[in-house]
Design a protein around this ligand. Structure first.
Ligand code: PGA
Length: 261
């Protein structure tokens, strides 16, 4: 795992966007795994800027989103379909047919999950997966105790995650779904590269456990220690509980020129 600590969330987001842009420039038909939540918004803004000002071309890119709430129409403002449209897709030149987000309205949820997994396989697998981390260590909506070999499936949101995200539903728990469809931990582990973003003091404990703790289903992000190409980009508050900060900074500052972002 490569740990990159930046002074601000914005500085880390610019690096994340550059890494994604590099992936798309090197392989114009890249398959990107995308995330929602407050964390990736600044990265998406920088990608939009790169598209508008530097011609970053998404016309051959395929995307798969990590998750979606069960029972929300795509048009619902709190759905991840709506989020992705608002924060990224409506601002770049990605063809609609190349966008894949689990269908939270599917009548047959297991069939929808199998369809989603098959679509990832048919696209040739995910080249680069963007991830946030929950304050409980979740990736996607793989909450603590999720099987580390799990595939796309239905999950029940924890009370903590519901509390973290209820702001999207006007603070009203009654309006918030209890379930979601999420890519599994095993699905995420098959991606060729992972970029995990973590910002703010609220993520510090989850990050410390994921990076320096033992691998455990109680912090699903900790399995990324077994991913062959995982970068973890964070701001100072999110890094506050890491023990080896100085070491991570030294490694980042002394990268060979060809590895620099
Ligand atoms: P957040 O959520 O970006 O809204 O903090 C991250 C996550 O739940 O993965």
């Amino acid at each position: 795992m490569e740990i990159i600590i930046q002074p601000t969330a914005n500085a880390a987001s610019v690096i994340a966007a550059r890494l994604i842009a590099r992936q798309v420039r090197e392989k114009p038909d890249s398959v990107l795994g995308l995330a929602t939540g407050s964390t990736p918004i600044a990265t998406y803004q920088e990608l939009i800027r790169l598209h508008r000002e530097e011609g970053l071309d998404f016309s051959r890119v395929t995307t798969f989103n990590l998750d979606e709430y069960v029972g929300l129409q795509a048009e619902h403002p709190a759905s991840y379909h709506a989020f992705m449209d608002l924060q990224l897709f409506s601002h770049i030149n990605i063809p609609r047919e190349r966008i894949h987000i689990p269908d939270g309205m599917a009548a047959d949820v297991p069939a929808e999950c199998a369809r989603f997994e098959a679509a990832i396989r048919a696209a040739g697998g995910i080249d680069l997966q963007l991830l946030g981390i929950g304050s409980d260590g979740h990736i996607g909506f793989n909450e603590p105790s999720s099987s580390l070999a799990s595939r796309t499936r239905i999950k029940t949101l924890t009370e903590r995650t519901r509390a973290d995200n209820v702001y999207n539903f006007g603070g009203d728990f009654a309006k918030m779904p209890l379930h979601c469809i999420t890519m599994g931990v095993g699905t995420i582990m098959e991606t060729r590269a992972v970029l995990l973003l973590a910002f703010g003091a609220g993520k510090a404990q989850a990050v410390a456990e994921a990076v320096e703790g033992p691998i455990t289903a109680m912090n699903p992000a900790s399995i990324l220690q077994m991913h062959p190409v995982a970068k973890c980009l964070m701001d100072e508050p999110a890094a506050a509980r890491l023990k080896k900060c100085e070491y991570y900074r030294w490694v980042f500052d002394n990268k060979p020129q060809w590895q620099r972002v």
